[in-house]
Design a protein around this ligand. Sequence first.
Ligand code: ZN
Length: 250
Amino acid sequence: MKKEELIRIRYFENEVKNKRAFLRNEFIAKSKNISDGEIKKISIGDLQLLFNLYDKYFFKNYFKENFRGKITFSLSKRMTRSAGKTIVPRINASLEEDKQKYEIRIGINFFFQYYELDREKLVAGAKTEDPLHALFMVFEHELIHFIEFYVFGDSSCKNKRFKETAMSTFSHKDVSHSLPTNREIIDKSLGIKIGDKVEFSYEGKIKNGIINRINKRATVMVLDKGGNYIDKYGNKYSKYYVPLKGLNKI
Ligand SMILES: [Zn+2]
């Protein structure tokens, strides 16, 4: 297979499903950390293994046999919105292949926290069945970024070219995910969010107001003629810092 052919791969949807199923079996058999669909622990070695398997099942070992650049993998606990990221130095495109560097970074919290919310979780347009399936879909998305950077020197999943390549290679129908984010998990577990009306007791009296901020405590704005805060309608408020446990939604 030639470099240019990487972006001309066409698999039918059922072929993709078959390949992914074989890949999953082999991954589970070889991973030291993952033994079923759940992800409790993951290493950089797991991502390297995943890359080698995608190369084998989807790219006819093109990368093993021809790629002379360097691809590395990393895990991040700080990614709050993207579940994956492909990082390429700006000068890459002007370098000889053997000097090119690529990095795929995975935001691991999304997979550790997969079950924290009981709802449908889409990745790249597919309803995922478990954290491992979600990881595969995110990884596939990043592989398309990687291949675009490698072949064209740039990549954006907003572009038509990306969407077409992701569709023909992996049957991806979308470029986003709806995996639970930290923010969403916190909001859900407390049952409150910014803008909610709440009541709480303060010095023996019940007060009610609107949540303005949530940190360790919530900031609640309570209507008060003598208050120091004023909104654009001229209403005056006092500010209260209330422990989250002391709030009731109304
Ligand atoms: Zn993307």
